[in-house]
Ligand binder design. Structure first.
Ligand code: MN
Length: 292
């Protein structure tokens, strides 16, 4: 075992609202030391820790806005999220489902609570990642993938009750369904108390975990509570997660693209000129049309 050493255990930073539906801890790039290059190709991570949403006729969320140059990956752990985009993509995800929207050349979308769920309200918990695209596909056509929990890869662990769900990438020979443009590994470890899962990713991959539920021990000695983020060093390959109580852990790893990043608001390109072009194309209506 060539242990992947922990670089930092990071407490959730203060929250801010995204639209009127998502109250997020921005770990990437908001936390000092976690800039867009640090977890390349994962350039943003917003985490809406578990919160109670009161029932309402108004479904909170974010209205129509553009993206270009990357992918938004939304994991609905609790509650239901609805999405529409100007490329015809859309759908509802709930309880563990994922939407993987490749904005690439440009898309308008809106994201909000699913209307029926919003009426009754309940627990809400969500992660949104931005996954960068290599230069050669930043201007390719948009794409939308709805990834339901039942279609994810599924690897049962030693206790026969705990398992790893693979969204993207591969775990112990079982692949996840997401189509990706770079090597992105995204999986949920759903562990019963006392269960242990081992992971192995190349040292050059940028690797981290986020504890969604419960608490865990990483590499046999580091206690990590719910809502904390663990960034590993680019040294060593293997790490373990042991559940101190029933736990759910999001595991993220990716082969860095290592290209220049020019980011402004909803656009992530390689140069400032491309950012200016994105604003111009957006203003010229080249991202399509989406009703509010
Ligand atoms: Mn968005």
């Amino acid at each position: 075992m060539n242990t992947k050493i922990i670089e930092a255990v990071i407490a959730p930073p203060p929250t801010h609202w995204v639209g009127d539906g998502f109250k997020v801890h921005n770990f990437i790039p908001g936390v000092p030391g976690l800039d867009m290059q640090k977890m390349d190709p994962i350039i943003l991570m917003d985490y809406n820790a578990k919160m109670k949403v009161a029932g309402s006729e108004h479904a909170g969320g974010v209205g129509v806005h553009p993206h270009r140059g990357f992918e938004t990956v939304t994991i609905a752990y609790q509650g239901k999220v609805q999405h529409h985009d100007s490329h015809g993509g859309g759908g509802i995800i709930g309880q563990g489902d994922v939407q993987w929207m490749t904005a690439s050349s440009g898309i308008l979308h809106k994201e909000y609570y699913e209307k029926e769920w919003a009426k009754s309200g309940g627990d809400f918990q969500m992660v949104q990642l931005w996954v960068n695209l290599p230069k050669e596909v930043k201007m390719s056509p948009p794409r939308y993938q709805a990834i339901l929990r039942e279609n994810m890869g599924h690897v049962v662990l030693e206790d026969m009750e705990s398992f790893v769900e693979i969204i993207a990438g591969e775990y112990k020979g079982t692949k996840g369904p997401a189509l990706t443009f770079s090597n992105v590994q995204l999986m949920n470890a759903r562990l019963k108390k006392g269960a242990k899962a081992d992971f192995s990713f190349p040292s050059r991959f940028n690797t981290a975990i986020l504890v969604i539920e419960g608490s865990v021990i990483v590499n046999g000695n580091e206690h990590v509570p719910a809502n904390y983020f663990v960034k590993f060093k680019n040294e060593g390959e293997d790490f373990s997660i042991e559940a101190k109580e029933n736990a759910l852990v999001l595991v993220l790893s990716g082969d860095p693209i290592r290209e220049p990043i020019a980011a402004y608001g909803p656009f992530v390109m390689n140069t400032q000129e491309e950012i200016r072009q994105a604003f111009k194309d957006f203003e010229d209506g080249k991202f399509g049309y989406l009703e509010d």
